[in-house]
Design a protein around this ligand. Structure first.
Ligand SMILES: Nc1ncnc2c1ncn2[C@@H]1O[C@H](COP(=O)(O)OP(=O)(O)OP(=O)(O)O)[C@@H](O)[C@H]1O
Ligand SMILES: [Mg+2]
Length: 234
């Protein structure tokens, strides 16, 4: 049984549907990437999972439970953690305060988890008292991911974690994403850096105009001439 499954999901903002029957599956332990042109509906598909979209059709299942139409606050309690594409940190709060915010629904002692997060992202330990607004883009992205991981998610949704980052930070973030996935957390990631993300992913989906275009193993998509022409710069 997949951890997360979107079956034929349609929906959008206001009256207009942006997604027209999108289907995605993420199995236990998988790292799945979604690529596609700007405006294809990649972020919208993630918002659908997190209860941020008006749905007009289809179903969303988490470990076999129907979570279609659940509110974000409920979805997060089910163990779905989501790092949005933008505005994913509190810039005026310190690193540590941001991480603590990520743990807000935990009723147990979150301090051991905080130490684990500092092990995954060593630069954050050094900067724990600094306001996040003063950090580099790469470190801010680490805070955003660390915040989501404070909940020990059942699945992690990452929307363009490497957007706008320098190559060095981009590589670091991809390494960390892989490491998090290797630790057993399934990940659904939207990415613009199609080549690099398909190279680390188990499987990939290509969305175009709010619909599935194709999908397959990361390496197969990487070697597909049509995909290469569309997204990988030939
Ligand atoms: N809050 C919103 N209200 C209305 N329309 C929106 C909203 N967010 C996105 N859209 C529209 O939905 C469509 C899909 O947007 P979406 O952000 O899902 O694309 P994307 O594939 O994530 O693109 P990008 O690669 O640029 O992040 C676009 O036409 C966009 O203008
Ligand atoms: Mg997007």
């Amino acid at each position: 049984m997949p951890v997360l499954e979107l079956n034929n999901v349609s929906g959008g903002y206001g009256e207009v549907d942006i997604l027209h029957g999108v289907s995605l599956q993420i199995a236990r332990g998988e790292l799945v990437v979604v690529i596609g042109p700007n405006g294809a509906g990649k972020s919208t598909a993630m918002k659908a999972v997190f209860g941020l979209l008006r749905l007009s059709g289809g179903t969303i299942n988490l470990d076999g439970e129907d979570i279609t139409g659940m509110e974000p606050a409920q979805v997060v309690r089910k163990g779905v953690c989501y790092v949005p594409q933008t505005n994913n940190v509190f810039p005026t709060l310190s690193v540590e305060e941001n991480l603590e915010m990520g743990a807000y629904i935990r009723e147990d002692d979150f301090r051991p988890r905080l130490q684990e997060i500092y092990q995954i992202f060593p630069p954050l330990r050094e900067k724990r008292k600094q306001k996040v607004g003063f950090l580099s883009g790469g470190q801010r992205q680490m805070v955003a991911m660390g915040k989501a991981l404070m909940l020990e998610p059942r699945i992690l949704l990452l929307d363009e974690p490497t957007a706008g980052l320098s190559p060095i930070y981009r590589n670091q973030i991809f390494d960390i994403v892989k490491e998090i996935n290797d630790s057993g957390i399934p990940i659904l990631m939207v990415e613009q850096n199609a080549k690099q993300s398909l190279a680390v992913a188990d499987r990939g989906y290509v969305l175009v105009d709010g619909q599935n275009r194709t999908d397959g193993k990361g390496l197969d998509l990487l070697n597909d001439p049509e995909i290469a022409e569309m997204f990988l710069g030939g």
